[in-house]
Ligand binder design. Structure first.
Ligand code: 6R9
Length: 645
């Protein structure tokens, strides 16, 4: 396989914050003297009481504990807002672009300060105190950013639930973190379609009751307000003062919880704290995107995912950047939308996901070339491995061969980008996330946990802590330890497979656990399975990922029906609807195969390895099937698969 290499373009090198020599020097220092390195870079944010201790972390399986800057105090919202008001009060903090191209709004840092203070005062009025959890179920409107920063301002811990999740998923998350308040909108608007957010909250609250619901009026759609529980945001903010003193928080006080799917059980509440997270989010945002004053930066993620947390809100705003927030979807009203927005707001840095790139590539090159895009300087990718074909299209057509692509590998758990090119320092190879960021020590281990040297392939671990790392699973530290530190003792296990080439470049090969990456979003197979078996006609289900042209991975479900149930196409549709209602549209199975029996070991474990191979049509490489209780089951499954229309 020939491997293309794209050197750093001269003009990019000329303006960049770091070149390759500087990267090497900073990287070496960051791993040989982490306390010295982070002690220095920790000062990039404002501290109320400066820290004297930098790093206190242990990956010891019996005592996993992670603390950074532990005796320092700060306020995250003051760092993202107040400190910029004097120097850049009139600069755009947020450019909001609505779903409908006729709608946009610019919020300056001065205005952001007022909005955040007011929202903070509304939260206080609703009884929210330091340490309380606040569930946010908002669409991509500026109020979502105000809400996050308002929580940070008063020391409340936000838990954002992606507005595409179902009432049940929302209820589960409200319950798990014990929040007594939900912030939502009447309806969301995406691609011209309305999403009934308030109605979803009402249904969720039947299962997980809360004391108050604050409702932002977005569409003006008809909603029911519950007396004594629900308040309109515009009415509440009209009555509160426009200033609110930021709370002094310890570096290790929680900032937010974000639920993410794992290989087993219900979603985990990933907990991030204040100081280390903000240092890491802001530093990666500046260096990875080579962000410099005056740049217009756009990350197309949703604030419901970690990318929206770190790279729409916290990282950019801590850096005093201008961050664009987009309510809509890349294909509405046409597949030119992203490039129209780039031209309209003169966007310099554009950060999106491979699934969006593939969809736009499929729509045709004309949608791109009819736009100007001359403002673009840098492109980014996140969420899943980017296939070389999509990389090349992004590079040649969107970036006209002038914009480097930063392929950034990271996770909800890591808080910020861990493996990535730096635009002025790193020659690119399509499909490789290239090299570690400062302070990040990746290693590749074999199944027994032995570290492999040189060019090799195996499982990706990180051998020491970095400031943005998650601290625990909310309410379940043991699960944190078991999930990330038990597989390979002494290391943080990422759950990803990885190859390292002779140049030391990292190539992420995808999840090695029971997590499927659907359009860049993580879905636990166990969650989809339990949604399926909650249907009265289903007796058993096994879910695996399979290669999907647009989504990267699709969801393939093997379903065994209850005795006497008919395996019809209508039932397949019903099951898809059922999963959408239980979890949300992102969990919709792409293919359902009725299976009279599933391949199991004699101890009753489903052999997913075999199901994965069948879903991929790799019938010849099923591997060892001798431990199956009933090998005949596999032949039946293959027959059914081949007979599938
Ligand atoms: C930020 C985010 C994390 C999982 C991760 C990996 C995959 C993310 C990637 C990538 C290859 C990249 N992933 N970025 N794989 N190249 N540049 O996506 O967080 O939703 O928690 O997903 O996504 O498999 O383990 P999250």
């Amino acid at each position: 396989m020939s491997e293309a290499v794209f050197p750093v373009p001269a003009d990019v090198a000329a303006r960049a914050l770091v070149d390759d020599a500087k990267y090497q020097e900073m990287y070496n220092r960051s791993v040989t003297d982490p306390a010295g390195f982070w002690g220095e870079h920790g000062k990039r944010i404002d501290w109320i009481k400066p820290f004297t201790k930098v790093k206190n972390t242990s990956y010891d399986y019996h005592n996993v504990a992670i603390k950074w800057f532990e005796d320092g105090t700060l306020n995250v919202s003051a760092n993202c807002v107040d400190r910029h008001v004097a120097t850049r009060g009139d600069q755009a903090a947020i450019i909001w672009e609505g779903d409908d191209p006729s709608e946009h709004k610019v919020i300056t840092y001065r205005e952001l300060h007022v909005e955040v203070c007011k929202f903070a005062n509304v939260l206080k009025e609703q009884g929210v105190k330091k340490g309380d959890r606040v569930t946010i179920y908002l669409p991509m409107i500026p109020e979502a950013a105000y809400a996050m920063l308002a929580c940070a301002r008063i020391g409340a811990v936000h838990s954002i639930v992606f507005a595409g999740f179902s009432p049940d998923s929302l209820a589960q998350r409200i319950e798990d973190c014990g929040s007594k308040i939900v912030l939502t909108a009447d309806e969301g608007l995406r691609g011209g379609r309305k999403v009934p957010l308030k109605a979803n909250v009402d249904r969720a609250c039947e299962k997980a009751p809360v004391d108050s619901v604050v409702v932002v009026k977005r569409t003006g759609g008809d909603v029911k307000m519950v007396d004594g529980r629900d308040v309109w945001y515009h009415e509440a903010t009209a009555k509160v003062p426009a200033t609110c003193e930021p709370e002094e928080m310890n570096a290790e006080d929680p900032l937010f919880i974000l639920y993410t799917s794992g290989s087993t059980g219900k979603p985990k509440g990933v907990l991030h704290t204040s100081g280390g997270y903000l240092v890491y989010a802001s530093m990666t945002h500046q260096y990875v995107f080579d962000y410099q004053d005056g740049d217009i930066y756009w990350c197309t993620a949703d604030v419901g995912w970690v990318t929206g947390h770190s790279y729409i809100v916290y990282g950019p705003l801590a850096n005093g950047a201008t961050t664009l927030m987009f309510e809509g979807v890349p294909t509405y009203p046409s597949a030119s939308r992203c490039w129209d927005v780039v031209d309209k707001h003169k966007v310099n840095i554009f950060y999106t996901a491979p699934t969006a790139i593939r969809a736009l590539m499929g729509a045709g090159t004309d949608f791109v070339t009819r736009t100007d895009r001359s403002s673009l300087r840098l492109l980014g990718s996140v969420g899943e491995p980017i296939n070389p074909e999509a990389w090349t299209w992004y590079y040649n057509v969107v970036g006209e061969k002038r914009c480097p692509i930063v392929d950034t590998w990271w996770q909800t758990e890591t808080g910020g980008i861990l493996i990535t090119p730096l635009p002025g320092a790193t020659a690119l190879k399509p499909g490789s996330a290239t090299r570690p960021f400062f302070g990040v020590q990746p290693a590749i281990v074999d199944a027994e946990g032995n570290i492999l040297d040189g060019a090799t392939e195996g499982n990706l671990v990180i051998t020491d802590s970095w400031p943005g790392q998650m601290r625990t699973v909310y309410g379940d530290h043991e699960r944190f330890v078991q999930t990330y530190f038990a597989t390979y003792k002494g290391y943080y296990f990422t759950g990803d497979g990885c190859r390292r080439d002779a140049d030391g470049y990292y190539w992420i090969t995808g999840r090695v656990d029971d997590v499927i990456n659907v359009s860049g979003h993580r879905m636990g197979t166990a969650e989809v399975e339990s949604a399926l078996v909650s249907h009265p006609k289903v007796s058993e289900a096994a879910v695996v990922g399979y290669p999907h042209d647009l989504k990267g991975q699709g969801i393939y479900a093997y379903v065994t029906l209850m005795e006497g149930e008919e395996p019809t196409d209508a039932l397949k549709k019903e099951l898809v609807q059922h999963v959408r209602a239980e979890i949300g549209p992102i969990a919709s199975p792409d293919l359902i195969q009725f299976a009279p029996g599933l391949p199991k070991t004699r101890s009753g474990k489903i052999m997913r390895r075999i199901l994965r191979k069948i879903a991929e049509d790799s019938f010849d490489s099923l591997g060892d099937t001798s431990t199956l209780a009933d090998p005949g089951v596999v032949d039946d499954l293959i027959d059914n698969r081949q007979n599938r229309a």
